[in-house]
Every structure is written in structure tokens, then in C-alpha cells.
Design a binder for this molecule. Structure first.
Ligand SMILES: NC(=O)c1ccc[n+]([C@@H]2O[C@H](COP(=O)([O-])OP(=O)(O)OC[C@H]3O[C@@H](n4cnc5c(N)ncnc54)[C@H](OP(=O)(O)O)[C@@H]3O)[C@@H](O)[C@H]2O)c1
Length: 264
């Protein structure tokens, strides 16, 4: 009897909530097994239970991993159990509601570590374990294209993610690995760590102050997940080093009427 090939495996850093979780669910719909990471163990285990309930035929495993703790990345390799990785999605990030000039130095360095250095270390760690024609997708932000003063340091880190993705695309293209960057616009639910200085958890929902994009609604995690699934698929074979907005037109240009201030 012929043995069938095992399902492809996707690693999603920050896959326990918001966009990362939605990406995991969408990739499972395409037949992937997923390994999701995050820090909070109960949220992670709940997320993997939900994913298995949504797609009983697939495997969803959770690994607790602090993105900025590179010394612990060996545990990620152990969790692969020698399986090749077809798709890597770097989604974990946090932001701070402050001008860059007012961002505490420690927070700035932590944001660089989690938002910029961690995706690089993730890719470096998984590189020897990538299958041929693997796809890597970095989740950036519209704020990395058109900076937001109110999220100054976050905007800086996301602009860096955009260039990181393009440079990695050049480095890995000769190996047959495609790297692309996706920049979501305001997406609900999401950004549980859009902190004010001194906070470790977001203290209040600011979504109501978010201007409605030209599309007529805020983003849903599924909007980004759908595009990530496309980038992960062979249909996106010629897409390398792209940086693409999924933002309902928010950054298309200056609208006629002045929009409400972003943070009321
Ligand atoms: N939602 C939006 O409006 C929006 C807009 C533009 C761009 N984005 C980008 O989209 C990506 C996902 O955001 P989201 O809205 O889905 O956020 P989210 O719901 O807050 O999810 C963040 C995920 O990252 C994990 N995470 C955060 N910090 C981590 C750390 N230091 N180490 C390990 N895991 C960490 C979280 O797990 P734990 O809680 O367990 O740590 C969770 O799984 C981010 O890169 C964000 O910048 C979001």
C-alpha cells in the first residue's frame, strides 16, 4: 500500500490570538498542520483546542515561547520533531501609544527585539528545516508604510520589518524560499499589546477612535489570513520580496473630508 505524504507544516509565531490565530485556522483549512507560539500558556492551549475543533483532520500544537528569548529557540526546533516546515508566519508584536521621542528607552529596545529581531531569529532558526519552495510571511503594519506619530516607535519597527522582509527575500530566493511582507490596517479584534507607557496589558479599547477605511469597515483577522494563505500557496510562486497592504484603502491617499483624530 502506498503511504501518502504527511500534511505540510506551518509555524506561526504569535498564533494564539488575533491575526496569527486566524492565519493558523485558514492554513489548516488548506490542509496544513500548525505549530503556534505565544507566551500565555492557557491562551495557547485554548487556541490549539479551538483549532483542532475547527479542523479535526489537522494537528495544532502550541509551544510557549517568548519571541525575544533567542536562547530558547532550540525548543522550537525540538517541537518540529524533524518535520520540514513549509510556511513560517511571524505575527507576534507589540506597540506603544506614544510619540517616538517620548517612548521609554527600555520599551524601544524591547519593541525592536520582539518586532524586528525576533522575526529574523525565527527565520534563521528554521532555515535548515525549511522544505523546498517554503514560504515565509512577515506580518508588518500599515504604520510601517505611512508612519503614525501616535505610535511612533511601533511605526519605526514596522518600517524595519518591511525592509527585513525584502532583504531576507534576496538572501533566501536562491534557496527557493519566498519571503513576503503583509501590512494589515486596523483590524479587530487585535493588538492586545498596544500599550501606553508603563502598561503591560492594554488598559482600554481604542477601537472606537479608529477611522473607518474607505472600504466602509475595519479589518477582520480573516482579511489578512486570506492573503497570507495565498502567499503561502504555489499560486504566489512569482511573489518575492513584496510588501502589501491589506487595509481597506486606508493608505490609498488623503480622503476629501478630514478624518477623526486616531486616538480621541
Ligand atoms: N490588529 C491590528 O489592528 C493590526 C494592524 C496592523 C498590524 N498588525 C500586526 O499584526 C500582528 C498580529 O497582531 P494582532 O492584532 O493579531 O495582535 P494580538 O491579538 O495581540 O496577538 C499577538 C500575538 O503575539 C503573541 N505575542 C505578543 N508578544 C509576544 C512576545 N513577546 N513573545 C511571544 N509572543 C508574543 C501573543 O501571544 P501572548 O499573548 O501569549 O504573548 C499573540 O499570540 C502584529 O505583528 C501586529 O503588529 C495588527
Amino acid at each position: 500500500m502506498e503511504s501518502s505524504a504527511p500534511p505540510p507544516l506551518a509555524v506561526i509565531a504569535g498564533g494564539t490570538s488575533g491575526i496569527g490565530f486566524s492565519v493558523a485556522a485558514r492554513l489548516m483549512q488548506d490542509g496544513y498542520d500548525v505549530l503556534i507560539t505565544g507566551r500565555n500558556t492557557s491562551r495557547g492551549e485554548e487556541a490549539s483546542r479551538k483549532l483542532k475543533a475547527l479542523h479535526a483532520e489537522g494537528e495544532a500544537a502550541f509551544l510557549a515561547l517568548e519571541s525575544s528569548d533567542w536562547h530558547a529557540y532550540g525548543r522550537l526546533v525540538d517541537a518540529l520533531a524533524s518535520r520540514p516546515v513549509s510556511t513560517v508566519v511571524a505575527s507576534a508584536a507589540f506597540g506603544m501609544q506614544a510619540h517616538v521621542i517620548d517612548t521609554p528607552t527600555e520599551a524601544f529596545h524591547e519593541m525592536l527585539a520582539v518586532n524586528v529581531a525576533a522575526p529574523l531569529h525565527l527565520v534563521k532558526t528554521l532555515r535548515p528545516h525549511l522544505s523546498s519552495h517554503a514560504s515565509i510571511i512577515l506580518i508588518s503594519s500599515d504604520a510601517g508604510i505611512d508612519g503614525e506619530q501616535a505610535l511612533g516607535a511601533y511605526s519605526v519597527t514596522k518600517a524595519a520589518v518591511n525592509m527585513l522582509g525584502r532583504m531576507l527575500a534576496l538572501d533566501l530566493a536562491p534557496e527557493g524560499v519566498r519571503v513576503n511582507v503583509v501590512c494589515p490596517g486596523d483590524t479587530v479584534p487585535g493588538m492586545r499589546y498596544l500599550l501606553r507607557p508603563g502598561e503591560t496589558e492594554r488598559s482600554r479599547e481604542d477601537y472606537l477612535a479608529w477611522p473607518i477605511p474607505p472600504r466602509g469597515r475595519l479589518g477582520k483577522p480573516e482579511d489578512t489570513a486570506e492573503f497570507v494563505a495565498f502567499l503561502a500557496s504555489p499560486k504566489a510562486d512569482f511573489m518575492v520580496g513584496t510588501v502589501t497592504l491589506v487595509d481597506g484603502g486606508s493608505r490609498a491617499g488623503r480622503p476629501d473630508a478630514p478624518q477623526a483624530a486616531r486616538w480621541g
